[in-house]
Design a protein around this ligand. Structure first.
Ligand code: MD3
Ligand code: FE
Length: 238
């Protein structure tokens, strides 16, 4: 008997991750499994180096006094709520690591992969890849129970796309709208290796991570516990 007879398509939810790249909103594209397992393991090794310093992982304290549950190490520029600087004045005052050249190249490949003519309607988005030069990366680590509230990323003086890479445990990513931190929003599952690019009309949308699903990382990711998310940005600063 064929699989179709056992699992008639109309009764079985399509796995979003089998269908290839998908447009979530204008300028917001998910590319499931974009990073190979080898690339994921290599990046996990780099992450191990970044967390050794000069600036260690830290959970930022928000102006209201609450501490974030996500811990972050930055490359290129240090981010603290809500500005960028070269030195991590809220951690140990040290200058953050340089933004790596390989990550600039990876960022360009990411924008080109997400904004291919088959996926995005707007041909001007596809041209962004060639000149894309991110200069800051926020590398987030989510332990069990960590979450990130709905927010906008608007500390950059540029509307260039943000490139997001996920490694390790699966999470629920909530993609909202540009007006409010509430509905309407779309919940999307982000798995190890997934690429997401946010540009164009989606660049200033509210978004957050309501939950991480513990122990869902594939062994091949090289991360035994938790979730790493890298976001590359163009700060527009000098
Ligand atoms: C949509 N990080 O670091 S990545 C962040 O998974 C952040 O750690 C989340 O939100 C994470 O600021 C979400 C997806 C993402 C990143 C930046 C965006 C979505 C975005 C900027 C604009 C619009
Ligand atoms: Fe964000």
């Amino acid at each position: 008997m064929s699989d179709d007879a056992l699992f008639p398509l109309e009764l079985v939810r399509q796995d979003t991750h089998d269908a290839g790249p998908r447009l979530i909103a204008p300028g917001a594209v998910q590319v499931p499994g974009w990073l190979t397992p080898e690339q994921q393991r290599w990046i996990v090794d780099r992450y191990g180096e970044w967390t050794q310093g000069p600036v260690p992982l830290r959970a930022a304290t928000l102006p209201g006094g609450h501490q974030m549950s996500v811990r972050t190490v930055c490359l290129g520029w240090h981010w603290k709520p809500y500005s960028y600087s070269r030195e991590a004045s809220d951690v140990n005052g040290r200058r953050v690591l340089e933004f790596p050249d390989w990550m600039v190249r990876l960022g360009r490949q990411a924008v080109a992969a997400a904004y291919s003519p088959e996926i995005v309607e707007d041909p001007s988005l596809a041209e962004l890849a060639v000149n894309y030069t991110p200069d800051a990366a926020l590398v987030n680590f989510y332990n069990d129970g960590a979450a990130m509230g709905m927010h906008q990323d608007k500390d950059e003086r540029s509307n260039a796309p943000v490139v997001s890479l996920s490694i390790g445990d699966t999470c629920t990513f909530r993609f909202g709208n540009t007006e409010t931190r509430t509905k309407p929003y779309t919940d999307v599952e982000l798995r190890s290796g997934d690429l997401f690019v946010f540009g164009g009309a989606s660049r200033f949308a509210y978004h957050g991570i309501p939950k991480v699903l513990p122990d869902t990382a594939p062994d091949s990711s090289g991360l035994s516990h938790g979730r790493i998310n890298i976001t590359m940005r163009v700060t527009g600063l000098s």
